[in-house]
Design a protein around this ligand. Structure first.
Ligand SMILES: [Zn+2]
Length: 140
């Protein structure tokens, strides 16, 4: 890979990346950007950029989330995996609108669900026959 600034040789280098996000300092450890051996220019893989953006979004307050959120943002907000968000959306437990192949969530609605869940003591998420993990055994 050649540096787009000076044409020098670029090497993948492990390093900590410091970023500033709304006045907060965020450090990503063990990132592996391409670093130019002659001018020091750094280039990140698109995946790395996306990861950093996602993580930095997580440091934002709820109000900073967009009004209409995608699966990644909801997963981030609720601190669950995207798969869980898909499951909740599909089962109707989370109010969602399907736009084409993508799910979209209204921030307020998601927060309502979140508040409802946290104000109750425990909401059984899977009332399924599948696991049966909660079944009481006759012998203590
Ligand atoms: Zn360079």
């Amino acid at each position: 890979m050649k540096c787009y600034v000076c044409g020098g040789e670029m090497k993948r280098t492990k390093k900590d990346i410091e970023a500033n996000w709304k006045g907060r300092q965020v450090v990503f450890r063990g990132m592996e950007p391409w670093v130019c051996q002659s001018c020091g220019e750094e280039v990140y893989e698109p995946d790395d950029v996306r990861l950093m953006q996602t993580l930095m979004r997580g440091t934002m307050s709820v109000e900073a989330y967009p009004e209409i959120m995608n699966v990644e943002e909801v997963a981030d907000l609720l601190r669950v995996s995207t798969q869980t968000v898909y499951n909740l959306a599909r089962s109707g437990k989370l109010p969602a609108v399907k736009v084409g192949r993508e799910w979209r969530f209204n921030r307020e609605k998601v927060l309502e669900v979140l508040n409802r869940h946290t104000s109750q003591e425990e909401t059984p998420v899977c009332e399924g026959r599948a696991g049966g993990g909660a079944s009481r055994r006759p012998y203590g």
